[in-house]
Design a binder for this molecule. Structure first.
Ligand SMILES: Nc1ncnc2c1ncn2[C@@H]1O[C@H](COP(=O)(O)OP(=O)(O)OP(=O)(O)O)[C@@H](O)[C@H]1O
Ligand SMILES: [Mg+2]
Length: 341
């Protein structure tokens, strides 16, 4: 190990060249293309991008899950020294919950309807942490209280259908954080919750990363939440990461025209409210017909001729900040090395 490796923070999860496709009548839909990223222990990464950009498919693939008839067509997910995608099913089951856990975007589908909340939350605590039944129950009650549920004992005794959507979402969050996983994936974890509860959940996730060293990867449309909670941001467009870097740097000087458009559509917290939000005109190309070059080209105010024909690589713009754009890659792109996000 050389000096630079010794000084780098401990990587919790590293994704290399991950791609996911779904077959359709019009050919394969490339939902995620060649995504690379790494997240350090204790780090919080926000994934943003408009609807359909591949955020959920990417997060699910990080758990080794693909929906429907999709396939992971390439790439690796390194977690605790092992490639998650190469694990046998029983090894993968063991890793889930303890090494990597997820709060799904749709909590309705992820709780077992015929098993009580108590059984669903206590079982993994016993299995992964070796707790006694009483200790696991105690821990479950504490976790439910930490998600702001008013009556944890009653929630524990309930079956999923007896709870509201917001309550189920909080149960899911409690289950995901229960075993203090090395990596927690949270796909829009606070969307269905009101603002006060949202703050409590954000606090819970913050403590998980700062006190337990969990890496938290969360998907959100809420840029305010990104600013408050995340250390780094990754911007997805049509299945690729087009920019990533420290949140403050990306907010201060976005390098990809899509990131600029995305941030321009957010009213400044301390500024006057605009008459209407700026929208980025147009829409992304169908995932079955991605162009050879940049997928943003048709909407891009800065497009150059080469943008249509040649895929720009992610290049470093400032320390830790990378973007994939020919137009903003300024003068000296040729000598820069393509780096992964
Ligand atoms: N099971 C599936 N079968 C076929 N296509 C799918 C499936 N799951 C996702 N896709 C397609 O993959 C693309 C990316 O979807 P994904 O759910 O990751 O978007 P997203 O960025 O999470 O959007 P949102 O912000 O709306 O949650 C979409 O075009 C979607 O239609
Ligand atoms: Mg989604």
């Amino acid at each position: 190990m050389d000096a630079s490796q010794q000084m780098s923070p401990e990587i919790a999860v590293e994704v290399r060249g991950l791609s996911v496709e779904f077959p359709t009548a019009n050919g394969p839909a490339r939902a995620v293309t060649d995504v690379s990223l790494s997240v350090a222990r204790g780090e919080r990464l926000a994934i943003v991008g408009e609807s359909g950009s591949g955020k959920s498919v990417l997060s699910l693939a990080l758990m080794g899950i693909v929906g429907g008839s999709g396939t992971i067509t390439g790439g690796e997910v390194w977690l605790q020294g092992q490639d998650l995608l190469a694990l046998r099913p029983e090894q993968l089951r063991r890793a889930r919950g303890r090494d990597i856990a997820m709060v799904f975007q749709d909590p309705g589908t992820s709780l077992n309807p015929v098993i009580s909340i108590e059984a669903q939350i206590v079982a993994p605590l016993r299995r992964h942490l070796g707790l006694s039944r009483a200790a696991a129950r105690e821990r479950a009650l504490q976790l439910l209280a930490e998600t702001g549920l008013p009556d944890p004992a009653r929630t524990l005794a309930a079956f999923p259908h007896q709870l509201s959507g917001g309550m189920r979402q909080r149960v899911m969050i409690a289950m995901a954080v229960a075993c203090e996983p090395t990596v927690l994936l949270a796909d829009e974890p606070t969307t269905a919750l009101d603002v006060t509860i949202q703050a409590q959940i954000v606090d819970l996730l913050s403590r998980l990363s700062s006190e337990r060293g969990s890496a938290v990867v969360f998907v959100t449309h809420d840029m305010g939440l990104v600013a408050r909670f995340a250390d780094r941001i990754a911007v997805m467009y049509a299945g690729r990461i087009v920019e990533s870097g420290p949140v403050l740097d990306v907010f201060a000087a976005p390098q990809h025209p899509y990131t600029r458009g995305l941030l321009a559509s957010i009213p400044a917290v301390d500024g006057p409210l605009p008459d209407r939000l700026t929208q980025i005109d147009g829409s992304p190309p169908p995932l079955t017909e991605l162009p050879a070059g940049c997928a943003f080209v048709d909407r891009c105010p800065s497009a150059l001729p080469q943008c249509s024909s040649s895929q720009p690589a992610l290049t470093e713009r400032r320390p830790g900040q990378v973007a994939a754009c020919w137009a903003t890659a300024t003068i000296d792109v040729s000598h820069r090395e393509a780096v992964s996000a």
